[in-house]
Design a protein. Structure first.
Length: 254
């Protein structure tokens, strides 16, 4: 297991729901006798934060600016992509699955593979899949992605990058494989909310990037359930906040 990956995810958990609100509320409980006014404020702030971030309307407001940065590719453009290759970013593995022989792809990764397979078939462009195994396991995310594309979509992968722990490493290690082979123009397939950060790091690595977003969340019509606290909405809000924090972190490191 990668220590940097573990520490990064622990820090991320403190900033994301529900732990961000729980930390405030617990701090308020500890201060209840010493600083009652501050304690009440922290408890109320923690409860408010958890409640707000579990509303679909809030999650969509956080995701919309990320997803609107790059519009979807027109269907008519799929067959003539002006790129040398298609790069697909991983989004997690299904670890130790009882129904499969070895580690497989998570549902979020499958969303990206489905769209990448469509683009590869329509355009005839070669595929690179990228993702390591920062949390341990039998095989890397890249290898699991290659297996899923062949098994579920009948699509062959030309390059597999299996050593990266995060998006920045996806870009750097993909560049080590592709740029020496003369591949500079790429279509980058990932979730729409992930593209602002992903495009930035792949361009910094030396690529000319055509964004190929998939799996939009904020584009769907609103429903009354968006104003009711729900687990799914909290997960979406956490995803959005993770991206905003990631964009800020990458900007600071430049």
């Amino acid at each position: 297991m990668s220590l940097s990956w573990l520490l990064g995810n622990l820090l991320s958990s403190l900033l994301l729901p529900p732990l961000n609100g729980l930390v405030l509320a617990v701090a308020g409980l500890f201060l209840w006798r010493l600083r009652p006014r501050l304690a009440r404020f922290l408890v109320l702030a923690g409860v408010f934060l958890i409640t707000a971030l579990s509303l679909g309307v809030v999650a969509r407001a956080l995701l919309a600016p990320l997803e609107s940065r790059y519009p979807p590719l027109p269907a008519a453009a799929h067959a003539r992509l002006p790129v040398d290759a298609i790069v697909v970013l991983g989004a997690g593995r299904y670890r130790s699955p009882p129904e499969f022989a070895e580690d497989d792809v998570a549902n979020a990764t499958l969303d990206r593979l489905r769209y990448a397979a469509l683009l590869a078939r329509a355009s005839g462009k070669p595929l690179l899949v990228t993702g390591g195994a920062p949390d341990g396991g039998g095989r890397s995310e890249g290898e699991a992605m290659r297996g899923a594309l062949a098994r579920d979509f009948g699509v062959r992968v030309r390059w597999v990058e299996s050593a990266s722990d995060n998006t920045a490493e996806n870009a750097r290690r993909s560049a080590e494989l592709l740029l020496p082979a003369g591949v500079k123009r790429i279509a980058l397939v990932t979730h729409a909310w992930h593209l602002p950060r992903s495009v930035a790091v792949f361009e910094a690595a030396g690529f000319t990037v055509l964004a190929a977003p998939t799996a939009y969340v904020s584009a769907r019509p609103a429903t009354p359930l968006d104003f009711v606290p729900r687990v799914a909405a909290m997960q979406q809000a956490a995803t959005a906040l993770h991206e905003w924090f990631g964009i800020a972190w990458y900007a600071l490191r430049r």
